[in-house]
Design a protein around this ligand. Sequence first.
Ligand SMILES: *Cc1c(COP(=O)(O)O)cnc(C)c1O
Length: 463
Amino acid sequence: MPYDPLLARAHQHARAFLASLTDRRVNAADADPTTGDGVRIGEPADPVAILDGLARIVEDGGLATAGPRYFGFVTGGSYPVAVAADWMVSGWDQNAGLNVLSPAMAAIEDVTAGWLLDLFGLPGGCSVGFVTGGTMANVTCLAAARHEVLRREGWDVEAQGLQGAPVLRVVIGAGAHASIDSAARLLGFGTANLLRVAADAQGRVIPDALSAALARAGGPTIVCLQAGHVNTGAFDPFDPLIQIAHRHEAWVHVDGAFGLWARAAGDDGIRGQADGVEAADSWAVDAHKWLNVPYDSGLAIAAHPPAHRASMAQRASYLLRAEGERRDGMDWTPEASRRARAVPIYAVLKALGRQGVSDLVERSCARARQMADLLAQHAGVTILNDVVLNQVLVRVSSRSGKNVTNDVIARVQQEGTCWVGGTSWNREPAMRIAISNWSTTERDISDSAASILRAAETLEHAV
Ligand SMILES: *Cc1c(COP(=O)(O)O)cnc(C)c1O
């Protein structure tokens, strides 16, 4: 069978890479990866040699982002069962767009959607779209929001567009993620029209500020809140905020890319921070971050399935639709043809069970606290956030009080024990450490903290 030598080779390369993750330096090799190819596509080549060549490119320029000591952005690895299930998805090459294209994939999506709603404690009647990631989840949910708030004004935005439409008011927190801006661009809201309301020291929207913003003359309104601030991990106070927004008949969207997973934690302190989020109208979540499935995997969830479907579904004579209660995946996503993204999620949820997902979340939070405690022992380190989730925000100062955080980050990245990224917080450079990999151990944290402190010590006398 023509697949055999290639799948065997792919297995060998993937295995070698995965096996290297625990010990591999967590930075790209200095070499610029080269493909050795010219500008024109060449003669046909030997497929096994192509796979070997690809492996070499990753050897030069790949990064161990899936490993246990990569703390940049908010990045998950992949559970073994998720990688394996994802291989099967590629092998099957099923189209998850329509029920008639693959009843098997449709059935798996259906079950997985139900499990996710259960884990997040969201109403069972919500619709779920399996999208590429958090950004597309935000876009999808906000398209549903746009549909609904304009429909209530008697405006059909799918047919008429936004030209001549009642003016939409889109309110976001000062600490909203940049992907909300992407959504505003794609959906025609315009980033300059976004109304930004004040947030507190942890980046949480202040209820009085939202009240004040909504008290001004209104019109159809969408309010975007956040579960899990990208720098601090903080949650907007959902109970008061959603009440205020709903009093003004706004659609409330929650970007919970990583933070919504707190809802799966057994620990009250972690889970309770997202209390009240179930009253929102839509939720965006990533699976490829904290659930640790391969890219690309996000979830667009809406409490108003007709609005969700109206903003996404395609209609054409040749699109044979499922009958009765059966679900067509493409009704809930921007794409039509699509990879069966639910399969790795299904595999992980089945492997972990409810308890395992809770353990994953609680363990990551405990490691974040461990990291913060270890770093805080150093006189020059200030932990800038309340470590309430998986995020640690750090400033490093020299003895003379100079902010040397960016130099420390550069040294840490150079050394390669772990990878931490930078951000700015209160207009000052800060280090951002996000812990969301299933395989990160206490030892990984202590080794990484030691590396960060070594770098801090070398800069202690900077003036
Ligand atoms: C990562 C992230 C996003 C964007 O998700 P992608 O999967 O990268 O598209 C949106 N919001 C928040 C809060 C995030 O952390």
